[in-house]
Design a protein around this ligand. Structure first.
Ligand SMILES: [Fe+2]
Length: 243
């Protein structure tokens, strides 16, 4: 009995080692059509199953047979630099960024209420929700080419709006202002071209209607509680200032 148990345990351990790490495409919490009319079903489907899937495939390809295989996604993001492996940087960012994006979007009837803590902090940092929307839209509109606009928790636990190029995000050392993103808006044309063509402003107006502030509030609480990651961002900033 104990022999079979040991063999089974080894099998389980090996299986976990082998299968645990490869990153997988998350499932959308709602049907593609549920995001319409703000984002059409075809855009949602292509965005998830073609674009995001490609990032997942390429991320798995780029870590295969390397030390990264046993790393979590945040650890990978913390390690990417501008001088090494852009393939890993772009695909790790692509996977992380899109996973967050899907989580914070919901059809209007399924959206929850923002928590008091985040609402209070938004009012402190930006004045009110409308001013935050303007800041985020400004960051998204001024991003030349493809990229993201973020609302993030900074290492000092404040809220800030930033924008990054391509699939970068504020966890990466390549980005000047670090933080933990709690809301991200994808401003790659693949996120809106079918419905809005080049009208990024119209897409931004629409995507605002899909933000589930209850989820963003939960992300806010999680980011503030993630002392380990915030500390890593603080020490990185200190190192940068010294050099
Ligand atoms: Fe995208």
């Amino acid at each position: 009995m104990s022999y079979y148990f040991s063999v089974f345990s080894i099998f389980l351990a090996l299986s976990w080692t082998h299968f645990a790490q490869p990153f997988v495409l998350p499932k959308l919490p709602y049907a593609y059509a549920d995001y319409a009319p703000y984002i059409d079903a075809q855009t949602m489907e292509i965005h998830l199953t073609k674009h995001h899937q490609a990032y997942v495939n390429n991320l798995n390809k780029s870590i295969e047979g390397t030390a990264y295989e046993s790393w979590g996604i945040e650890e990978i993001l913390l390690s990417v630099t501008s001088s090494q492996n852009d393939f890993l940087r772009n695909n790790a960012g692509g996977h992380y960024n899109h996973s967050l994006f899907w989580e914070i979007l919901a059809p209007k009837t399924r959206q929850g209420v923002i928590c008091d803590e985040l609402l209070k902090e938004i009012n402190t940092a930006f004045g009110n929700m409308d001013s935050l929307r303007k800041e985020l839209n400004k960051a998204a509109m001024s991003r030349f080419g493809s990229g993201w606009a973020w609302l993030m928790v900074t290492p000092k636990m404040n809220l800030a709006v930033v924008s990054t190029a391509n699939q970068d995000n504020p966890i990466m050392p390549v980005v000047e202002n670090p933080g933990i993103p709690i809301l991200g808006i994808d401003v790659w044309e693949h996120a809106y071209y079918l419905n809005y063509q080049n009208r990024r402003a119209d897409y931004l107006k629409a995507v605002w209607d899909l933000i589930d502030w209850k989820v963003v509030g939960e992300k806010y609480q999680l980011a503030r509680a993630n002392r380990a990651l915030l500390d890593r961002l603080v020490s990185r900033q200190k190192r940068k200032k010294k050099s």
